[in-house]
Design a protein around this ligand. Structure first.
Ligand code: ZN
Length: 201
């Protein structure tokens, strides 16, 4: 089993401030979490910076990702280190991810820019049922959505600032390998967990 924070922003997101080096240093030092997905808003630049810095360390894994501002709502693509072509409709982003073997997760469906109930209408792989920056009620709604859609539930801190890192993570039944982790997410071999008592799910 590996613990993965599947939703992390770097300073390459327009609204985030975390330096890639801070992410790598903290991930390396973290007692539990040993893998992360870099999911900046509409850019993969931060991912490449983090990956480069992380290559000097063993035992940590950086999964490529992006949080795409699709017109209908946000989508996270995991396992793909490039941006989809525009227009960024949900259907187009999903097609793009499928062609490249990526996993599509719906982040914070009931927060601002979330897909809400309409997530059920799309061929996505997972729902983020524990978001480190969403309240318990919002996360509970997301968990109910995942159950109704019969989709795996995943977790991530959605950190935009250093203090928000590692608050929520996903326990994945896989080794430290991106393809294995993505495969396990698709199969639902996942469990969400929090390092903060204030987050309930
Ligand atoms: Zn985010």
């Amino acid at each position: 089993m590996i613990r993965v924070d599947l939703h992390v922003h770097t300073m390459y997101s327009f609204d985030a401030s975390i330096h890639p080096k801070t992410i790598v240093d903290q991930l390396y030092a973290h007692p539990l979490i040993k893998a992360i997905a870099i999911t900046d808003h509409n850019t993969v630049e931060g991912y490449y910076k983090v990956r480069k810095l992380a290559s000097a360390y063993q035992d940590i894994l950086i999964i490529p990702g992006v949080e795409v501002s699709a017109v209908e709502g946000d989508l996270i693509v995991l396992g793909v280190a490039e941006l989809p072509p525009t227009p960024w409709t949900v259907e187009n982003v999903i097609d793009f991810a499928r062609e490249r073997g990526g996993v599509v997760a719906v982040p914070h469906p009931y927060r601002a820019y979330g897909l809400g109930d309409s997530a059920k209408n799309y061929d996505v792989d997972a729902i983020e049922i524990l978001n480190g920056r969403a309240g318990p009620h919002i996360n509970k709604l997301a968990e109910n959505l995942a159950k109704a859609a019969n989709l795996p539930g995943v977790a991530g801190s959605d950190a935009h600032r250093v203090s928000q890192l590692w608050t929520a993570y996903t326990e994945v039944q896989a080794s430290s390998d991106t393809d294995e982790i993505l495969k396990a997410v698709r199969k639902g071999l996942v469990r969400v967990a929090s390092t903060r008592k204030s987050i309930h799910f």
